[in-house]
Design a protein around this ligand. Structure first.
Ligand code: PEP
Length: 270
């Protein structure tokens, strides 16, 4: 069965689930970890306030983009190094490990110096130079599924990272492009049991990008946990309509708190 084209990430090579440290936390173990925070780091108050808000609701890691690749070159591209510094400040204030996107090989080491967990975004899933470079870095990495990537392609991208020595890879389903036009993406929950049966790597789900509609995000948080996800990546902002990016798919604190209570109930029942 090692006839499967992926080897190191295959469950046949390593039957037991992978678990590893991210800052003080163990990812891939029994605990479902929720990574929450804004699409983009905007201001000190916004990111520190969000860190406190999501921590209170039960999130264990803080997300926030500092280097932001966007569809249009005219959209906000992130606060870059200033954004990293603000994330580090939020970590100092709350103790939460930080998750932030790495956009290219040129800035990888600068981002890796600050981040506890790297986020390799969907646009970069098949950026082989970046995959190889991330494979040389000793930081956990969340590998997001490309918008039109098959599960085999996701696993092969993970193989690139692990083959270079970085075994701390988390696979992340974040919605794919389908014929449906009412929602920007379609969350493919098939990916959760499929990836978990094919690979020993932890599988997270991003319900925010997965449906791209704020009101529907809590339902998909619940569904992802019921499907067996090891963790969630959720966009949260103190005032979503005023968020610089992704406000349409971002929860506010009361919405997030309520969704977390529901997720805990589901996690406790399975
Ligand atoms: C993100 O999570 O910040 C992000 C940019 O997501 P994606 O790469 O899945 O679009």
């Amino acid at each position: 069965l090692i006839s499967q084209p992926f080897k190191l990430v295959s469950r046949e090579v390593k039957p037991e689930d992978s678990k590893f440290q991210a800052g003080p936390l163990t990812l891939g173990g029994k605990t479902i970890h929720v990574i929450a925070g804004p699409s983009s780091v905007e201001t000190r108050d916004q990111i520190v306030g969000t860190a406190n808000g999501v921590k209170k609701a039960g999130a264990t890691l803080l997300r926030g983009g500092a280097f932001k690749p966007h569809l249009s070159p005219y959209e906000f591209q992130g606060l870059k190094h200033d954004g990293l510094a603000l994330l580090a400040e939020a970590r100092r204030e709350t103790g939460m490990p930080i998750v932030t996107e790495v956009k290219d090989t040129a800035t990888l080491l600068q981002v890796a110096e600050v981040a506890d967990v790297l986020l390799l975004g969907s646009r970069n899933m098949q950026n082989y130079a970046l995959l190889e470079a991330v494979g040389e870095v000793r930081k956990p990495v969340i590998l997001k599924r490309g918008i039109s990537a098959t599960l085999k392609e996701v696993l092969m991208a993970a193989e690139y990272i692990v083959a270079r020595g970085n075994t701390r890879v988390i696979l992340c389903e974040r919605g794919i492009r389908t014929f449906e036009t009412m929602t920007p993406n379609t969350l493919d929950l098939n990916a959760v049991p499929m990836l978990k049966s094919l690979s020993h790597l932890p599988v997270f789900v991003d319900p925010s990008h997965g449906i791209g509609m704020r009101k529907a995000v809590p339902a998909l948080m619940r569904a992802a946990v019921a499907a067996g996800a090891d963790g969630l990546l959720v966009q949260v902002h103190p005032d979503p309509p005023r968020a610089i990016s992704d406000g349409h798919q971002t929860l506010d604190f009361p919405e997030f708190e309520k969704a977390m209570d529901e997720v805990r109930a589901i996690a406790g029942a399975i």
